[in-house]
Design a protein around this ligand. Structure first.
Ligand SMILES: Nc1nc2c(c(=O)[nH]1)N[C@H]1C(S)=C(S)[C@@H](COP(=O)(O)OP(=O)(O)OC[C@H]3O[C@@H](n4cnc5c(=O)[nH]c(N)nc54)[C@H](O)[C@@H]3O)O[C@H]1N2
Ligand SMILES: Nc1nc2c(c(=O)[nH]1)N[C@H]1C(S)=C(S)[C@@H](COP(=O)(O)OP(=O)(O)OC[C@H]3O[C@@H](n4cnc5c(=O)[nH]c(N)nc54)[C@H](O)[C@@H]3O)O[C@H]1N2
Ligand code: SF4
Ligand SMILES: [Mo]
Length: 722
């Protein structure tokens, strides 16, 4: 009833001269439903309204979403290709001149050709991102391997979803970020949320979180900080950063000891219980408390609540994943669902809060160094045979697996990699240990960057190609549920900007590979080829046509053919994707963070986000409202710690680690552990906290340990209070 009334009100105030384009937000994995408002006389986007009929978000949006449209016609848009003639100015915004697309393409083809002639095919690399549609992500993988012919492609999901992917693949044999649709979340009896600042990072999930408690269910949150979701939790497990593996093992210890296990489920559908039981024996509440710093009673209470809940969902995000044991953390928390059998049915399961808008789809279709479309392994000869056929190449021509994102930067410093095509990422802000990464970018013989705003990374480029914002093109993304949805075009590209798929089709022609790309004239053409390329893989999108997506409010993968409606719930048949159909309960010994505090660096630095900014901030720092709300970075410090260092609120201090230093304004807050400091990472140049973070990589996922390193605060003589 209320919904109808709301709609009537909107109809009444709607301007007669505008049309609405049904689409989704450009930013996070929630992919909130929105209508972009387009002025019919100018054909320009002039505003936004939420979509009340979108089942996942029901009309909710956050501050970034309601201002996202302001990117499209922003004054800072790059409108023409830019070329830098003077390489000595690299690393600054200076020295670019406008050029035609022809000149830019010619220069790229010439330089790429020269580098490959002199140093081999693999002297070139691609670094991409998953704010792009599935179609663009798919084509980027093909472009790297077919048009550029290099093995070196990787992407920003390596810094984002790779540990979740690694954990799910090991445990379930398949990596879909959520085993159930979000419309189940508010109906469960217990949410166990680890390392997710849900209220700031996936704000439009919160009405479902609160609903669980309002229905009499429970909320447990594991986070070193008292974030908004932790504040309302029934139990806040305020652990030391980097100690999740001990916490998860400690809870498992209690679930087993206190008889909360589902023996029949374990017997029929899992492997590994015996080793795991043996391993977690030592994780008594007392031992767990000693490692994690969480009170014994809280650990016991959390295990009891989760154990007793008829249905429960274990949810997590980068807090547990961005560690050098992120994959183990994912499998360890997922163990909770497997030993209790709380998975493979509605309202019970496991979900990661996928980060970027297309963080799910973008990791499945070939931007990762070892993957081909459909989540196929590039090391699998059958996969290579199938995809080669779709691409019209011989299987022998398929490049070998490459290396992970951070490792590529190391190879740029080694001069193994000499050329880079960067698109949809800003690693000069977001990669770990920026001292290495910025040097690597500067060290390149030739770099191309495609972006719509001149990013900190674009400052290192020789050529900048103007791409379009999400509202100037169409295609699909896959949201955090695994639901494939449709992004619609609301406006023609401004200036001379072009969508990345079109840039790649045109550039492939210059690189002599036109015959593999020239049939792709529209985004829909790319979509058709992409669906075919994914067919038969674990992430099968073949049946997810644009029409079906529209009719059904999205399609959950896998979706194999025309008749298949898709798969909202995974594992309903209790069949996991390992060859024996069973899931793996993993015995995971505790490992400390790569860098433990000591006398010289006594604090733990952890990093993350605020609600007003998105990732490297290259988009949101240009939106006035968001910039006004959060203009500068800061360091969160507990009052007791502030007392120890004799520092005040708003005073500027220097924070340093073994890798670097930066100055931040102090924000004194009780919502953080005394031994921990937190800095948001959305800021560039000297303000980047990644000058200080450590590039300790997870051995399986190659995820850097953004969430824990050893740090120290220095009071500045000049540290005036603002
Ligand atoms: N506003 C906003 N929303 C976003 C984004 C954004 O940039 N801004 N980015 C999107 C993307 S790409 C991503 S990946 C997601 C990220 O979403 P989240 O993972 O929720 O965000 P983070 O702030 O990185 O970290 C989450 C929490 O982990 C906690 N944490 C730190 N160390 C540890 C630890 O050792 N153990 C545990 N258990 N917790 C720890 C931090 O205190 C923090 O509250 O958000 C998405 N949504
Ligand atoms: N310290 C610390 N560092 C972190 C993290 C952390 O928690 N702590 N989190 C990590 C995580 S989870 C992530 S996801 C990464 C993200 O790090 P980045 O990949 O650097 O993230 P973005 O800021 O989204 O960069 C995207 C860039 O591409 C542009 N862009 C957007 N859409 C398109 C498009 O369609 N085409 C093209 N060509 N360009 C486009 C944007 O303007 C922007 O400049 O950061 C990681 N870095
Ligand atoms: S929650 Fe995420 S998808 Fe929704 S409006 Fe905010 S940034 Fe956009
Ligand atoms: Mo992310």
């Amino acid at each position: 009833m209320q919904k109808d009334k709301f709609y009537r009100d909107i109809e009444n105030v709607r301007h007669p001269n505008e049309t609405l384009v049904k689409t989704h937000c450009s930013y996070c994995g929630m992919q909130c439903g929105m209508n972009l408002r387009v002025d019919k006389s100018t054909n320009k986007i002039i505003g936004v309204e939420p979509r009340y009929d979108w089942p996942v978000t029901l009309g909710k949006m956050c501050p970034k979403g309601v201002t996202a449209y302001q990117q499209t016609n922003h004054d800072d848009r790059i409108l023409k290709p830019l070329i830098r003639d003077d390489a000595s100015l690299k690393g600054t915004q200076e020295g670019f001149r406008e050029a035609s697309w022809d000149e830019a393409y010619d220069l790229i083809a010439k330089k790429f050709g020269e580098l490959q002639a002199d140093y081999g095919k693999d002297s070139l690399s691609v670094f991409s991102g998953v704010s792009m549609t599935n179609e663009k992500c798919y084509l980027t993988g093909k472009f790297a391997r077919v048009a550029m012919g290099t093995r070196y492609i990787d992407y920003n999901g390596r810094f984002c979803m790779s540990s979740a992917a690694g954990g799910f693949l090991r445990t379930f044999g398949v990596d879909r970020g959520s085993t159930l649709p979000w419309t189940d979340v508010h109906e469960t009896d217990c949410l166990f949320i680890a390392g997710s600042n849900t209220a700031e990072c996936h704000p439009t999930s919160m009405f479902r979180v609160w609903a669980v408690q309002e229905r009499g269910g429970y909320l447990i949150v594991a986070d070193p900080r008292e974030t908004p979701v932790a504040r309302r939790a029934d139990v806040h497990l305020d652990l030391r950063p980097g100690t999740d593996l001990a916490l998860a093992n400690g809870i498992l210890h209690l679930l087993i000891k206190n008889g909360y296990t589902d023996e029949e489920f374990i017997e029929k559908h899992t492997n590994g219980i015996e080793e795991t039981k043996e391993l977690v024996k030592d994780f008594t509440p007392e031992n767990t408390s000693a490692i994690t710093g969480v009170a014994v009673e809280k650990i016991e209470r959390a295990a009891e609540i989760y154990g007793k809940a008829p249905n429960a969902i274990v949810m997590f995000a980068r807090g547990i994943e961005q560690q050098h044991k992120g994959v183990d953390n994912v499998s360890a928390y997922t163990n909770m669902a497997l030993v209790t059998g709380k998975i493979g049915r509605p309202k019970a399961g496991v979900a990661t809060f996928t980060g970027q808008g297309n963080g799910q789809g973008g990791r499945e279709h070939g931007q990762k160094s070892d993957l081909l479309p459909g989540y196929r392994k590039i090391t699998d000869p059958e996969a290579v045979k199938y995809v080669s056929k779709v691409w019209g190449i011989e299987p022998e021509e398929m490049p070998k697996p490459g290396i992970s994102a951070y490792e590529m930067f190391e190879q740029m410093n080694e001069k193994t990699i000499r050329g880079l095509y960067l698109l949809c990422s800003n690693p000069a802000v977001s990669a770990p240990n920026l001292n290495v990464v910025r040097k690597a970018l500067k060290n390149l013989d030739f770099m191309v960057c495609s972006d719509f705003f001149l990013s900190e990374s674009a400052e290192y480029a020789d050529v900048i190609l103007p791409s379009v914002t999400w509202s100037e093109d169409e295609g699909t993304t896959t949201n955090l549920e695994g639901r494939i949805i449709k992004i619609n075009k609301a406006q023609e590209p401004i200036g001379e900007s072009k969508p990345d798929w079109q840039i790649q089709v045109e550039l492939a022609e210059r690189l002599g590979k036109g015959k593999h790309f020239s049939h792709l004239k529209t985004a829909k053409d790319v979509a058709e080829e992409f669906r075919l390329a994914s067919k038969g893989g674990n992430a099968d999108y073949y049946g997810a046509t644009w029409d079906k997506i529209d009719e059904q409010d999205g399609v959950f993968w896998p979706c194999k053919d025309k008749e298949d409606k898709g798969t909202p719930h995974m594992f309903l048949d209790k069949k996991f994707y390992h060859p024996d159909g069973k899931a793996k309960i993993c015995a995971l010994p505790y490992r400390a963070p790569a860098e433990e505090p000591n006398v010289k660096y006594p604090l733990r630095l952890t990093t993350g986000r605020v609600v007003y900014h998105y990732l490297s901030g290259n988009q949101t720092r240009r939106i006035k409202f968001l910039k006004d709300m959060c203009p500068d970075p800061y360091v969160e410090v507990h009052p007791t710690t502030a007392g120890t260092y004799n520092i005040e609120h708003d005073e500027i201090v220097q924070l340093f680690t073994r890798r670097g230093k930066a100055s931040y304004k102090v924000k004194i807050t009780e919502a953080i552990r005394e031994d921990t400091v937190f800095v948001p990472y959305h800021f560039g140049h000297d303000e980047s906290i990644n000058l200080l973070t450590i590039a300790a990589l997870d051995p399986i996922s190659k995820m850097p340990e953004y969430k824990a390193c050893a740090a120290q605060i220095e009071k500045l003589e000049s540290g005036k209070v603002l």
